[in-house]
Design a protein around this ligand. Structure first.
Ligand code: ATP
Length: 327
């Protein structure tokens, strides 16, 4: 009830009378009044004016189900939603929900992660109340070898979702990070459960530094947040909604061909590594090459010193600039 009332008030953006809310949801005046009081207790500023009704004047930056439901206007992404104050990892939870059979588009969001993860066993710093930690469960019908490209589809979608709200100069660092001024703002981790020739499910986890002010010493040089870059706080729920809308659109485009052929131009136009010398760090070898951009499979095309062109597959390597993280 709280969530529905919040959604109606948000969508209307103006006063809605108590009577209208009662009729709309077929509940008593007391039930509406209770829901409004609960919203106030959670930090929503609700104006109540005689003969006019209720209006949301301002809302807190919270990751609750009703807040997210009231912001989300997607078709399927996030329409089944699990919100947690604290969790070990949203990816772990989404994978578990995937194993239990939850639907395509199920979203897990948490206010804090105890053991947020990055690629190859790395840690994702996930303090409480400040950032976005979310994992989207997908049940694609394409073969398993296509799934790693979804990381790039999400990177593009996060970029577009953020750009809808912010005028910061974001760029993508291949394959899975979004950076601002050479520092990392977003990390993406895709994990999947497969049989030999089909996908059970894919989970795409996204961590976004939104309102965090300070990083631990080891991250200070390479990490930043939207708050640090803009000097103000941002509503996480609003950013999540924009990103999921962008993802739905890009996923639809991706599944027309099951590759990145229709997204690659946009991706390459915001790729920080493009037309630069990069250092490719593999498990066994490291070499310097000139990055040309991604191909339709999401591999990074690099020209080596002997003139030959390699297609680098994301699973195996990290890419750095010659002198630092990106340049
Ligand atoms: P690489 O740059 O080598 O490709 P990666 O981008 O794949 O690495 P991830 O696995 O996505 O790295 O993220 C984990 C790494 O990101 C950690 O090892 C740490 O250096 C850094 N990191 C951890 N938490 C944060 C955070 N909140 N913001 C920015 N960077 C972080």
């Amino acid at each position: 009830m709280k969530a529905e009332i919040l959604k109606v008030l948000r969508e209307r953006g103006d006063y809605v009378s108590g009577q209208q809310l009662c009729e709309y949801f077929n509940v008593s005046r007391t039930a509406v009044w209770k829901a409004i009081n609960q919203l106030k207790e959670e930090g929503y500023e609700v104006e109540a004016v005689r003969n006019k009704g209720y209006r949301i004047a301002s809302s807190p930056d919270v990751i609750t189900k009703e807040e997210l439901v009231s912001q989300l206007n997607t078709m399927w992404a996030g329409q089944t939603l699990f919100c947690y104050e604290e969790i070990d990892s949203t990816n772990t939870k989404a994978r578990q929900l995937g194993d239990e059979g939850l639907v395509n588009g199920t979203l897990v969001v948490a206010d804090c992660q105890r053991t947020g993860r990055g690629r190859r066993g790395r840690i994702w710093e996930s303090p409480r109340g400040k950032n976005i930690y979310m994992s989207l469960l997908l049940r694609p019908e394409f073969p398993p070898d296509k799934a790693s490209m979804l990381t790039l589809v999400m990177a593009l979608s996060v970029y577009e979702g953020l750009k809808e709200n912010l005028s910061l100069d974001f760029k993508i660092k291949w394959p899975n990070d979004i950076v601002c001024g050479n520092k990392k703002v977003v990390g993406i981790l895709t994990e999947m459960s497969t049989q030999i020739d089909y996908i059970n499910h894919v989970v795409i986890g996204t961590g976004i530094n939104v309102n965090i002010d300070e990083f631990p010493d080891e991250l200070k040089e390479m990490a930043t947040s939207i708050k640090i870059e803009t000097g103000r706080l941002w509503k996480r729920s609003m950013l999540i909604a924009s990103i999921l809308r962008a993802f739905e659109k890009n996923y639809e485009i991706f599944t027309q061909t099951n590759d990145l052929s229709k997204l690659q131009e946009k991706y390459n136009s915001i790729l920080i590594n493009k037309d630069k010398e990069v250092r490719i760090l593999g498990d066994k070898e490291a070499y310097v090459a000139y990055a040309l951009g991604i191909n339709e499979k999401g591999e990074l095309l690099v020209r080596k010193s002997d003139g030959s062109v390699d297609a680098v597959y994301a699973g195996e390597v990290s890419v750095r600039g010659l002198y630092g993280y990106t340049s």
